[in-house]
Design a binder for this molecule. Structure first.
Ligand SMILES: Cc1ncc(COP(=O)(O)O)c(C=O)c1O
Length: 435
């Protein structure tokens, strides 16, 4: 491969170094020229299996034909409008989300990114309750914009001055490395009771909301134990707090139900969707009840953005939902997820360094450890395996912050053969990195 056109293209990397702001992770040593289905193609013509759905978003794979048709049509006839002008795709998508969502979450705000959707939900929760204190889990990721960043604890918060007043963290539930009652099993109820005792001590009497991912993805693919979310909801209700579920990554089928919160049988006051809703196109949504929306409206709710209620992304979101339902992709995620989990569990039998396999559907975590007894994380080994996976033709993701957890989230359109290919690449990469 010619150096000027392959991944080593020195001029490309030189221009990238000179002109791009670096924003959080080292750039991977590939230049991607094309992405289609479950694969990307790099500048050396190599196909790379995308086991991370882009940034956990491309649930239908890349350039799904129905999405391509929709974008082509809408960019040609109805792209973007003045923010106070409505169009049919916006109302159609709002209606469809209201119909599909659990409970009576029948009012919808359509925005662009996950951070924005959480900011909007938090603003509404503050306005509706009159409070301002926001409780979040200690390994959460809700975005890098204002209120979402204040409720995000999975990454370093250092260097940007104070977070919003009233930001309160409680321990993220961690069944693999429990902090409460480890000898007799995980006493998550004891942990939660203690967490809210601390919330009550810190609160100035202005609790507004608690924001939660039904599975904490960036925090290490932590799946709260059954019953945890319902118990958390009860704690919130006792205190008059509103519950916000952030289903950026878990929403729209990935975990084997359309919304991950269905497993927990809890309906929040707010459900936020992003990443998977646009399947790669920037689109997010806040769903809430009519009662909350009415109250916020009366109190002058403002969240007026350039791309609020834009027709093109709304049309894409509508098509994403249509394809997921038409092609029965929720069930597919459950079946494919089981195949992937079985494969990872088989690898765990062979590699001592795989301490835990967890998650649901096609959002799985593989936790690499130094020692199965102590469960000490192995972040350096995880980096080596990640690097080797890419060399072998697979892109995947590891969570940051001293953990060694792979976050595995391929498109829910993935075939059995592609899952098996991913597993064989993991097998080879683990072998090479541990020899
Ligand atoms: C659960 C969750 N919420 C919110 C966000 C933020 O979304 P965005 O980056 O689109 O603002 C993310 C991004 O990783 C996420 O994982």
């Amino acid at each position: 491969m010619n150096e000027a056109t392959g991944n080593l293209d020195a001029a490309f990397w030189d221009r990238a170094r000179r002109h791009l702001v670096r924003y959080g992770a080292d750039f991977m040593p590939v230049i991607v020229e094309k992405a289609e289905g479950s694969f990307m193609t790099d500048a050396s013509g190599r196909r790379i299996l995308d086991f991370a759905s882009g940034q956990m978003s491309a649930i239908l794979g890349h350039s799904h034909p129905d999405i391509v048709d929709t974008v082509r049509r809408y960019i040609g006839e109805l792209d973007h409008l003045y923010s106070a002008i409505l169009s049919r795709p916006v109302v159609d998508l709002a209606e469809m989300l209201a119909r599909l969502a659990p409970g009576l979450l029948e009012r919808v705000l359509l925005l662009s990114t996950g951070g924005e959707s959480n900011d909007a939900a938090i603003r509404m929760a503050k306005l509706a309750t009159g409070g301002f204190e926001i409780v979040a889990l200690s390994r959460s990721w809700h975005g890098v914009t204002g209120a979402a960043a204040s409720a995000t604890y999975a990454w370093s918060r250092r260097g940007y001055g104070p977070a919003a007043a009233g930001s309160i963290a409680i321990p993220a539930p961690d069944s693999y490395r429990p902090r409460f009652g480890a000898a007799n099993g995980y006493d998550w109820q004891g942990e939660l009771n203690y967490a809210f005792e601390l919330v009550d001590r810190q609160s100035t009497g202005n609790l507004a909301a608690c924001i939660v991912e039904p599975i904490l993805s960036s925090g290490g693919v932590l799946e709260p134990p059954e019953g945890y979310i319902a118990a958390l909801a009860a704690k919130c209700r006792e205190r008059g707090m509103l519950l916000i579920f952030d289903e950026a990554q878990t929403g729209l089928g990935r975990t084997g139900t359309l919304f991950a919160c269905e497993r927990d049988g809890v309906v929040p006051e707010f459900l936020t969707l992003s990443k998977t809703l646009g399947a790669g196109i920037p689109l997010s949504a806040v769903l809430t009840t009519a009662g909350i929306e009415e109250k916020c409206y009366e109190r002058g709710f403002l969240f007026y953005t350039t791309h609020v209620s834009d027709p093109l992304p709304a049309a894409v979101g509508l098509k994403v939902l249509e394809v997921i339902l038409r092609d029965k992709l929720v069930e597919r995620a459950r079946v494919a997820g089981q195949r992937l989990r079985d494969g990872l569990l088989a690898l765990q039998q062979r590699y001592e360094c795989i301490g835990d396999v967890r998650g649901r559907g096609l959002l799985l975590g593989m936790d690499l450890v130094e020692d199965r007894e102590t469960r000490e994380p192995a972040p350096d080994l995880a980096q080596d395996v990640l690097r080797r996976c890419l060399e072998l033709g697979m892109s995947t993701s590891i969570v940051r912050g001293g953990l060694g957890v792979f976050r595995i989230a391929p498109p829910i359109t993935i075939s059995d053969a592609e899952i098996d290919l991913g597993l064989s690449i993991f097998d080879q990469a683990l072998r090479d990195a541990t020899q």
